[in-house]
Structures are given as structure tokens and as C-alpha cells.
Design a protein around this ligand. Structure first.
Ligand code: FES
Length: 153
């Protein structure tokens, strides 16, 4: 069989046996590691619901082969922050109540957090363009942009 897959997830070393060649990173995170922060939306890399960080860069886990991230460091929503110790973007989303159904929120938060990590006072235009590829079917973009702008202050 295939070699075990070694990678770092939310700061913890993982060694996972029997990962099929066709398994996606999203599948690995949700089904093997029980991390349900990243969501399955389109499965085609087009909606952003499955966004995680790979070595600090926002990436769409539904189109990344799990075996392609051997040795890399993955951060999911669970690793970004926790109640009482939220990442500033998470705190701002809570303050702004920027959710309706919430399905897109993982992607919005992860995409915005990656942007603010490299550009802490990103302009409104930069935030808007960064999040333009993350789809929200409820039409909550205004509240979401407001939340990220608060975090960027
Ligand atoms: Fe990955 Fe839509 S589920 S981009």
C-alpha cells in the first residue's frame, strides 16, 4: 500500500495511513481528522467554502490532493482561534453578527485572516477584491466586508 501521509495540522504532527491517491485535502480534514470547519460547497474550487491555509496561504482544500500537501503545515478554522482566544477576524465577525446561514463563513474568515496576516491594514478595496471569489448565497456580503474592515482597523 501507499506510504502514510505526514503533515502538520493546526500545529500537530499527523501521520495518516491508507490515504487514497484521489482523496482531497478537504476529505482528509473532515473525514479522517474530524475537522468540520472547512465546508463542502461546490467541490470545484469555485465557492471558497472549503478554504484552509497551506503554509499560511489561503487555499481551496476541495481541489487539493491530500497527498500533495505531504510535509506542509495546514491550518483550519479550528486552528485559527478558539472562543476566548479568537483570531481578530473571528472576533469581528461575531461583533458584526455577519452571518445568515453561515455556510460560507469558514471561507470568508480563512480568506480574510490570510490577507490580514500579510497586510494588517488592508484597504477596503483590497479586502473587497480578496473576498470577491468567496460566494455567499444569502447576500450577506455587506456585513461580511464590514466585519473584515473592523478587523483591519
Ligand atoms: Fe471548495 Fe467550493 S467547496 S471551492
Amino acid at each position: 500500500g501507499a506510504e502514510p501521509l505526514h503533515l502538520l495540522v493546526n500545529g500537530q504532527a499527523q501521520s495518516i495511513e491508507g490515504v487514497p491517491r484521489e482523496a482531497t485535502l478537504l476529505h482528509l480534514l473532515r473525514n479522517d481528522l474530524g475537522l468540520n470547519g472547512p465546508k463542502y460547497g461546490c467541490g470545484l474550487g469555485q465557492c471558497g467554502a472549503c478554504t484552509v491555509h497551506v503554509d499560511g496561504v489561503a487555499a481551496r482544500s476541495c481541489v487539493i490532493p491530500a497527498r500533495g500537501v505531504a510535509g506542509r503545515s495546514i491550518t483550519t478554522l479550528e486552528g485559527l482561534g478558539a472562543r476566548g482566544d479568537w483570531n481578530p477576524v473571528q472576533a469581528a465577525f461575531e461583533d458584526a453578527q455577519a452571518a445568515q446561514c453561515g455556510y460560507c463563513l469558514n471561507g470568508m474568515v480563512m480568506q480574510a485572516a490570510a490577507l490580514l496576516a500579510r497586510d494588517p491594514d488592508a484597504s477596503d478595496a483590497r479586502i473587497r477584491s480578496e473576498l470577491s471569489g468567496n460566494l455567499c448565497r444569502c447576500g450577506t456580503h455587506i456585513e461580511i466586508l464590514d466585519a473584515v474592515q473592523r478587523a483591519a482597523a
